[in-house]
Write a protein that binds this ligand. Structure first.
Ligand code: NAD
Length: 398
């Protein structure tokens, strides 16, 4: 029996970004190969062609497929025989390069797994969505927190009505690493994240606020209606926000808050979400991702643990587990769950089937467009003293 999933072979991966000294590219590659359903065969790993080629050995990429630029990679790969060329490309560059790379990939007919935020501007996101809609390709966006087993568990519980009607969502993503101006000390991840030309209209709100917002949308399925935001730049000399909060009105009358900080001393990757429904509430924290607390008035608090064999786990939660309970699963595995669901759709497309592109298990281009709308409306609201602005985008995930 084939061990490589429904396709019976590994999908061939190309990556843009992930060169020496970078962060998330290595996570993409590790996550993509975790289930033995993909192999990295090509890459344009850096903006610097020499570094791109030098980085290829770190991934065992054949020197002949270590490209100096993403254009060269697509031009060459598209001409290779169908049984050799890459099937999909993962984009792990700073934000300003997502659009040109994703557009070129779509035009060359490759599936795309793009990191967040989708693009630099909402206009670019709309252009990509239009291109993707005309093509059979799969387009995933790595809002990777959606891949945690207990997040998937919470989503299924909420959609099944186990918490009753959802009335409040409090999501926050709190970090402290930009408390000082690391960007002026040559720290490259800080440098591009605080540069509007590379990061986009928002800093902290685009980098991590979008994750918190997406998590609330994914977990509850509530559609947003309007946003009021206050963003601040507390570090003198910095051009983009490093702290902010937003209030969100949802269409069903629920209220949400998103708080994002990169200037809170000692805070690491403190993403947490709390959801209140008429029948119960829940709380999940990504720094302790294998537990989730569910509460009902008058009853002891329940701690759900990630356990693929427990009767309290639902189908979505179980399906996202790899290890028996008690062995911690975390960032890589959750990231791999996003890939695994996208691979299922890639396999369907490769065997002539069609897939629903809007309501997918993995975050998709619609979530990406929503993320860009969230950023642009938050920035516009903040610039207008917290004015309420619309937040429902026509392309929103349903
Ligand atoms: P990084 O600065 O560590 O790495 C970026 C890499 O992209 C570098 O290797 C750089 O040389 C390369 N690059 C830049 N321009 C390129 C080009 N034209 N062609 C080829 N390679 C190019 O950045 P990072 O922290 O890894 O972030 C990368 C992206 O991932 C960003 O969009 C960021 O928002 C996102 N990110 C997502 C998560 C997550 O949890 N999903 C976490 C971190 C970063």
């Amino acid at each position: 029996m084939a061990t490589n999933g429904p396709l019976g072979r590994k999908l061939r991966m190309g990556i843009v970004g992930g060169g020496q000294g970078s962060f998330i590219g290595r996570v993409h590659v590790t996550a993509a190969v975790l289930d033995n359903r993909a192999a990295l065969v090509a890459g344009a790993l850096s903006s610097d062609p020499a570094r791109a080629k030098a980085s290829a050995a770190d991934y065992d990429i054949d020197p002949g497929r270590a490209y100096g630029s993403f254009q060269e990679m697509f031009d060459t790969e598209r001409k290779l025989p169908a049984d050799r060329r890459i099937d999909f490309v993962s984009i792990a560059t700073p934000n300003h390069m997502h659009f040109p790379v994703a557009k070129a990939a779509l035009e060359a007919g490759f599936h795309v797994v793009c990191d967040k935020p989708l693009t630099l501007t909402l206009r670019e996101a709309g252009e990509l969505a239009a291109l993707a809609a005309r093509s059979p390709v799969v387009f995933a966006v790595t809002h990777n927190y959606t891949g945690y087993p207990l997040v998937r568990q919470a989503r299924q519980m909420i959609l099944a009505g186990e918490l009753g009607e959802i009335q409040a969502i409090r999501a926050e993503y709190i970090q402290g690493w930009l408390r000082t101006r690391l960007e002026s000390e040559g720290q490259k991840q800080a440098a591009w994240r605080t540069d509007p030309a590379k990061s986009g209209a928002a800093g902290c709100f685009g980098d991590i606020g979008t994750h918190a917002y997406n998590l609330g949308r994914y977990m509850t399925g509530l559609l947003p209606d309007a946003i009021s935001a206050n963003l601040r730049t507390f570090e003198p000399g910095r051009s983009l926000d490093d702290y902010g909060h937003a209030v969100i009105r949802y269409e069903n009358g629920a209220l949400g808050t998103v708080t994002a900080s990169q200037i809170s001393h000692g805070r690491e990757n403190d993403l947490r979400i709390q959801v209140d429904g008429t029948l119960g509430s829940l709380e999940w924290h990504q720094e302790s991702p294998n537990q989730m607390v569910v509460r009902h008035n008058g009853k002891p608090h329940m701690i759900y643990t990630r356990d693929p064999n427990a009767p309290f786990m639902n189908d979505a939660g179980k399906a996202a587990c790899r290890l028996p309970s008690g062995h911690p699963e975390a960032f890589f595995e959750a990231f791999a769950n996003v890939y695994r669901a996208a691979f299922d759709d890639m396999a369907t497309v490769a065997t002539g089937g069609s897939v629903d592109k809007r309501d997918t298990v993995y975050p998709n281009i619609h979530d990406g467009v929503e993320g860009m709308y969230f950023i642009e409306q938050a920035v516009a609201s903040s610039a207008n003293d917290g004015a309420w602005l619309p937040l429902r985008h026509a392309l929103a995930r349903r």
